[in-house]
Design a protein around this ligand. Structure first.
Ligand SMILES: [Zn+2]
Length: 193
């Protein structure tokens, strides 16, 4: 799927977790960094393709993207597996632990989980596409849902743009509407300065 859909899916998943499993307290800085980490996590698996947003925005990014893509085994390979999820989870944790001293008001556990939720949502969304996802690498089988390939979504076609994307928006509206009271409570009690 395209980056826009992945970002929306990531933030949707994060919103659901934030509302249904609220933290005891969270600083505003934590929320901002967590959302950022979540969006980065949401597009991280696609650094294995030269057209990834990260590479597109760098001057010689396309070249880097190609080299990186080969290193990671090509598109929809290592970064689209539980093994990749674990490695990126480990590296992100190292990075956050390293950065903790300069962001003392940020809860790095929440930021780390937000990144992981974003990355996991990417793999789940890609599972609905024709190519499928090699969840269990090194077992080289790509899994998809529904199991019948023809019923799955083709990336960047009208189904993704006009069905999947709007459905995610509708889900968000429904979800926040249904949990309106809880959200007000969260805004009043959980967010500390
Ligand atoms: Zn992907």
């Amino acid at each position: 799927m395209i980056a826009r859909t992945h970002d929306l899916a990531a933030i949707t998943a994060l919103g659901v977790v934030f509302v249904l499993m609220p933290a005891q307290s969270m600083s505003l800085a934590t929320i901002i960094i967590a959302v950022l980490a979540n969006l980065i996590g949401g597009v991280t698996p696609d650094i294995d393709q030269p057209t990834a947003p990260l590479w597109k925005n760098l001057p010689i990014g396309k070249y880097f993207g190609k080299v990186f893509g080969h290193l990671l085994g090509g598109h929809r390979f290592f970064t689209h597996s539980i093994l990749g999820l674990a490695l990126f989870g480990f590296l992100t944790h190292l990075l956050l632990t390293f950065l903790q001293p300069i962001m003392s008001s940020v809860n790095i556990d929440i930021v780390w989980w937000s990144f992981m939720i974003g990355m996991l949502s990417h793999l789940v969304m890609d599972t609905f596409t024709k190519e499928g996802v090699p969840w269990l690498l090194p077992i080289p089988i790509k899994f998809g849902f529904p199991p019948v390939r023809a019923w799955r979504i083709t990336t960047d076609t009208w189904v993704e743009l006009w069905v999947v994307f709007p459905l995610l928006i509708v889900f968000n509206i429904w979800f926040y509407f249904m949990h309106y009271q809880q959200i007000l409570f969260l805004l009043r009690h959980v967010i500390s300065s």
